[in-house]
Write a protein that binds this ligand. Sequence first.
Ligand SMILES: [Zn+2]
Length: 139
Amino acid sequence: MPDIASIGAALASIKTATDIAKLIKESGTSLEQAEIKLQVADLISSLADAKIELAELQTEMNQLKDKLNQRAALKWVKPYYMIQSGDEVEGPFCPSCYDNNEKMIRLQGSGRNGWSCLTCEGFYKDSEYVQPPPIRVSR
Ligand SMILES: [Zn+2]
């Protein structure tokens, strides 16, 4: 998976490509045809590297954007997570799997008045959950 170093690699490839282009431009007719072809091949290679690195970064950024959107839609409805998108509510999702690995594992109704996670084997009883009383501040 690409990381912040990929940005440096992409910038280095672009700098190399720019340097080669400048060399070709400034050399005028002093370079032999074979040398020009070699320089242009290096230029194309550097641009191809930069293109690949930037495409990887674009994929990474899209994944991060999806994660941020998912996190914004995620609601803690004790004892599990639900996803709310407009009027639609999805879930419940395992709190243990999400809190440990950010994995969205759908809980399964177990028939025991609760929900089971088939990944971590957690069991969550929603019927036992009682909203705590509001904290009263005396003045
Ligand atoms: Zn789980």
